[in-house]
Design a binder for this molecule. Structure first.
Ligand code: CAA
Ligand code: NAP
Length: 250
């Protein structure tokens, strides 16, 4: 058991699921830093940080556009200077650009591939050597049920999210002997800004397909992140953990 305070970076940390992840990781004793982009609007992130502090959660914030490698280098360098080396990386930032493939623009394809998939390279590549050197690391990739089963209107998102788990399985093999685990979590539908964009009639049909009969709470996803981030989770690697209310079983 290590005595120094582990440092976690949660990308998209100020978002719906990201906020719950930050809060729960703090409760397990980690120093937590939330990555944000928000068009570079630091006032948004500072307001979020103040709200969290008022709730008792002291969370660092750092700017980083996960679709840009150099921006991720700067983000990780800033965290190293202010908080120390990253022990736990949660690749949680993501977007949707839903439309039927026959109407999809190259811009909407590329935006999703860059933010949802290239991001995993851009962030993980910055931290992996340090984790290997220190013989400890936890990489947790937030994928989606729709990367597993596909979804009408989401060829870009389903491809990117499926790609995340391919990455997980390959990297898990490379770093397993070095105390570094790499896992995927595949949530079902969670009520955040991302899901609020889906038309109400479409959502009604989706909820009807969920045996649990409701959307997930962000905390129900965050619970699995803390489980995988724990020291005791060292034997779980290359896994893809579904948290989908029974909507997709395989
Ligand atoms: N299966 C089969 N056919 C479908 C369908 C489905 N699931 N959904 C729509 N269609 C059909 C419609 O019946 C319609 O048929 P007709 O032309 O014969 O009438 C045709 O496809 C076009 O449908 P729309 O008019 O609805 O098309 P649109 O362009 O307005 O909307 C869409 C397309 C935006 C992709 C919409 O279908 C949609 O929102 N789908 C849901 C996408 C979704 O689940 N996104 C999840 C976002 S949250 C997230 O991603 C988080 C996560 O990881 C879970
Ligand atoms: P959300 O509230 O919209 O959060 C998305 C986060 O991603 C935001 O905090 C956003 O930060 C960040 N982000 C977007 N583009 C970025 C960029 N270029 N650089 C850095 N950060 C960026 O949605 P959410 O539901 O919490 O989603 C979190 C993750 O869960 C996503 O990967 C999503 O695909 C996945 N997921 C969600 C659901 C669901 O039903 N909600 C289900 C399965 C999986 P800024 O605002 O600061 O840019």
């Amino acid at each position: 058991m290590s005595t120094h305070q582990r440092v976690a970076l949660v990308t998209g940390g100020t978002g719906g699921i990201g906020t719950a992840i930050c809060q729960q990781l703090i409760k397990t004793g980690l120093q937590v830093v939330a990555g944000y982009s928000h068009g570079g609007d630091s006032s948004y992130a500072l307001t979020w940080q103040k709200e969290q502090a008022d709730l008792g959660y002291e969370i660092g914030i750092v700017y980083g556009d996960v679709s840009n490698f150099e921006s991720c280098t700067a983000m990780v360098d800033e965290i190293a200077a202010k908080f120390g080396a990253i022990d736990v990386l949660v690749n949680n930032a993501g977007i949707t650009k839903d439309t039927m493939f026959k109407k999809m623009s190259v811009t909407d394809w590329q935006a999703v591939m860059r933010i949802d998939l290239d991001s995993v390279f851009n962030t993980t590549r910055q931290v992996i050597n340090g984790m290997i050197d220190r013989n400890f690391g936890r990489i947790i990739n937030i994928s989606s049920i729709n990367g597993q089963k596909g979804q009408f209107g989401q060829t870009n998102y389903s491809a990117a999210k499926a790609g995340m788990h391919g990455f997980t399985k390959a990297l898990a093999q490379e770093v397993a002997a070095k105390g570094v685990t790499v896992n995927t979590i595949s949530p079902g539908y969670v009520l955040t800004d991302m899901v609020k964009k889906v038309a109400a009639d479409v959502m009604e049909k989706i909820i009807a397909q969920v045996p649990v009969g409701r959307l997930a709470e962000p905390n129900e996803i965050a619970r699995v992140v803390t489980f995988l981030a724990a020291e005791e989770a060292g034997y779980i690697t290359g896994a893809n953990i579904a948290v989908n209310g029974g909507q997709h079983m395989y």
